[in-house]
Design a protein around this ligand. Structure first.
Ligand SMILES: [Zn+2]
Length: 284
C-alpha cells in the first residue's frame, strides 16, 4: 500500500467513525423524543428543551425513559424542577433559556432526577428525600435545603406550591402551579407505572390527598418526571392506580413474581395500562 492509499484508507475510516457516531446520536434522539408538537428551544446531545406553555419549558433526557425536568419562569425568578440524569453544563443550558436567577427543587432524590445538582450551588428536596445514598448527593458540596409541605416559591406573579406525596419514595414532592392549572408530579404516580418505595397505605393516602387538592385548585393535569407527551397524571389516572393499590392491600388482587423487577420490586400487578411494582413487605 503506497502513501496515497494509506491516506485514503485513513480518511474513509475517519468518515465511517463520524457517520456512525452521527447515526447513533440520531438513533438516540429518536428514542427519547417525546411525541409532542412543541417548539424546541434548545437541542443538545444530552437534553432537548421544549416550550410547554407560557414561560414553561420541559427538558427531556435520554438516560432513563425520557427523564424529564421542568423550567418555570416568573417576573423575577425561575424554578428548575429536577435536574435529569446526566447532562453536561445543565446550568449553562438553563441560562440560554432564562436570564432569571434559578432556584432548583427536586421531586425526589433518585439519580434520574438529581443527577446534575452539582451544576448548582443550592438544591431543595423533601427532608426524607435528602438521601445520602444517592450518588449525586454523596458528591454534592452545595447547600441542601429541606422543603416543607405547603411551602411556596414566589417567582414574581407566579407562585409554585409544594405538596408532599410519599409513595414512590418517602421523600417525594409534587409542585403545583395554580396560575397555569397544572402540577409537576415527578414519579409520585409513575404515570400509571408506579414503583412503590413505601407501604401501600402511605401511597393510597397520598393519592387521596392529591386528588382532593387538585379538585380544590381546579388542577386537571400534572406533568410527570418521565413525560412522553401522552402520559400526564390526571385525576382519572391517579384514581385508577389508587384503586389498584387498594385492591392489592385488601388481597383482592395478588401480584405475580417479577424476576426482572428493579430496586427490590419482586412483585408486579398489571391492569389495563396500569402497573404497580412492589414487594411483599410493602403490603400494609
Ligand atoms: Zn424515582
Amino acid at each position: 500500500m503506497n502513501h496515497f492509499h494509506k491516506i485514503l484508507v485513513a480518511a474513509s475510516l475517519f468518515f465511517a467513525m463520524v457517520c456512525s457516531a452521527q447515526e447513533s446520536r440520531e438513533g438516540n434522539a429518536r428514542y427519547f423524543e417525546p411525541v409532542l408538537d412543541a417548539e424546541v428551544v434548545y437541542r443538545g446531545p444530552d437534553v432537548v428543551f421544549r416550550k410547554l406553555g407560557d414561560r414553561t419549558w420541559m427538558g427531556s433526557g435520554h438516560v432513563i425513559a425520557s427523564e424529564t425536568m421542568y423550567l418555570l419562569e416568573g417576573k423575577s425568578r425561575a424554578l428548575l424542577i429536577d435536574t435529569g440524569a446526566s447532562i453536561k453544563d445543565l446550568d449553562k443550558i438553563v441560562k440560554c433559556i432564562t436570564d432569571k436567577p434559578v432556584t432548583v427543587v427536586l421531586t425526589h432524590s433518585h439519580g434520574d432526577h438529581s443527577g446534575n445538582i452539582g451544576c448548582f450551588p443550592e438544591v431543595w428536596v423533601a427532608p426524607e428525600g435528602n438521601s445520602s445514598s444517592g450518588r449525586a448527593f454523596r458528591n454534592y458540596s452545595g447547600s441542601v435545603k429541606s422543603l416543607s409541605d405547603g411551602q411556596k416559591f414566589d417567582l414574581g406573579g407566579r407562585t409554585i406550591e409544594v405538596l408532599f406525596a410519599p409513595g414512590h419514595t418517602s421523600g417525594s414532592a409534587i409542585f403545583l402551579d395554580p396560575s397555569m392549572k397544572c402540577g409537576f408530579s415527578g414519579s409520585a404516580f409513575g404515570s400509571g407505572n408506579l414503583n412503590l418505595g413505601t407501604d401501600l397505605s402511605t401511597f393510597i393516602r397520598t393519592a387521596k390527598n392529591t386528588l382532593s387538592v387538585m379538585k380544590k385548585k381546579k388542577i386537571r393535569i400534572m406533568y410527570p418526571g418521565h413525560y412522553f407527551g401522552d402520559n400526564p397524571d390526571t385525576p382519572e389516572r391517579i384514581s385508577a392506580i389508587s384503586s389498584l393499590a387498594e385492591d392489592i392491600l385488601s388481597g383482592k388482587v395478588k401480584g405475580t413474581a417479577d424476576p426482572e423487577g428493579a430496586s427490590g420490586h419482586t412483585l408486579v400487578v398489571r391492569k389495563g395500562n396500569l402497573r404497580i411494582n412492589y414487594s411483599s413487605e410493602r403490603v400494609k
